[in-house]
Design a protein around this ligand. Structure first.
Ligand code: RRO
Length: 311
């Protein structure tokens, strides 16, 4: 029997596929749709201390090769999502979940994480260090000093399983430097990658999204090679106790297979989920299982990280 089951930090998942934060996860109703699909889990929209309306619309547009967004961190406030994952956790046979969080400042991040630490939530937390779209707020994980400071403080009080959502890096030296930072901490996982920040898509003579004069995060086909490179670069560099979640450009079983081959233990779907809806999880699972069957693989362990190089 071919299985796409997986584990992150001792949490079991029947399927390695799930949504990427930001897609089908703003409301309970959307999260319920992912929960009731073939996905193995869901992650919530990144929650901040207070609810936010986000940037003006249009702020998400599908393109021929993917998507561009500058949502601006709209969310219902982290407690909305915390309450929901605790409610599900208390139901028999619930899936395990990921709670995505970040503050608008390091101080706010610590207030949020301390509340999660004190709460009854026992699941996984994803700290988003890579939102590209809040005007005036740089992506945290491009600043290694600030990232080190935040994580040092976080792990002085936070004892629940925590991972980080990373932006794509584009230079081998940056892979080395970033991995050296993350290897200092007891992270459960890193999630590679968030959207490629600050792209620009034009229709006729005009930008397609309103915020930031059209600059926004790219997802979909544009970003798969960058995502695979980041997954594999961190797979090669991180302590084996830090697992990798692969995100970026997944719309088929073949794409998911490639992420796992590069080292991913779980695979998230963003743009393609937005475009196709939660039925995508069954289709991509079936396609992934067909590839595994053809190759004689029964579990993800049979091929995870086993990317071949040319001698
Ligand atoms: O809300 C957003 O604009 C957003 C976030 Br927080 C993120 O992490 N990645 C993204 O592409 N958009």
């Amino acid at each position: 029997m071919v299985s796409t089951a997986t584990q992150i930090a001792n949490f079991n998942f029947d399927n390695c596929l799930m949504n990427a934060a930001g897609v089908y996860c703003m409301t309970r109703e959307e999260l319920e749709q992912v929960e009731n699909s073939a996905a193995g889990s869901f992650v919530t929209k990144t929650g901040t201390l207070e609810a936010r309306a986000g940037n003006p619309e249009p702020r998400y547009v599908d393109t021929e090769l993917g998507s561009i967004n500058s949502m601006g961190l709209p969310n219902n406030g982290f407690e909305y999502y915390l309450d929901y994952v605790i409610e599900l956790q208390n139901q028999a046979d619930s899936k395990n979940h990921f709670l995505s969080l970040v503050g608008l400042s390091p101080a706010e991040t610590h207030i949020i994480l301390k509340k999660v630490q004190e709460s009854d939530y026992q699941g996984l937390v994803e700290l988003n260090l890579s939102c590209p779209n809040v005007p005036g707020k740089p992506q945290i994980a491009y600043d290694f000093e600030t990232t080190t400071e935040i994580l040092t403080e976080v792990f002085s009080y936070f004892t629940k399983p925590l991972g980080v959502k990373l932006p794509p890096y584009f230079d081998i030296v940056h892979f080395d430097q970033a991995a050296a930072v993350f290897n200092q901490f007891p992270l459960a996982f890193v999630n590679c990658v968030n959207s490629i920040g600050n792209g620009l898509v034009i229709n006729d003579e005009t930008v397609v999204i309103k915020p930031k004069n059209g600059f926004g995060g790219l997802g979909g086909d544009y970003i798969k090679p960058t995502a695979l490179a980041n997954v594999h670069a961190f797979y090669q560099r991180l302590n084996p106790s830090i697992q990798i979640i692969g995100t970026g450009g997944v719309k088929s079983g073949r794409d998911a297979f490639e992420h796992i081959l590069c080292g991913a233990s779980m695979v998230q779907i963003g743009t393609a989920l937005q475009q196709e809806g939660p039925a995508i999880f069954q289709r991509v699972t079936d396609e992934l299982k067909a590839i595994m069957t053809e190759k004689g693989y029964e579990s993800l362990e049979d091929f995870r990280g086993k990317l071949n190089y040319i001698d």
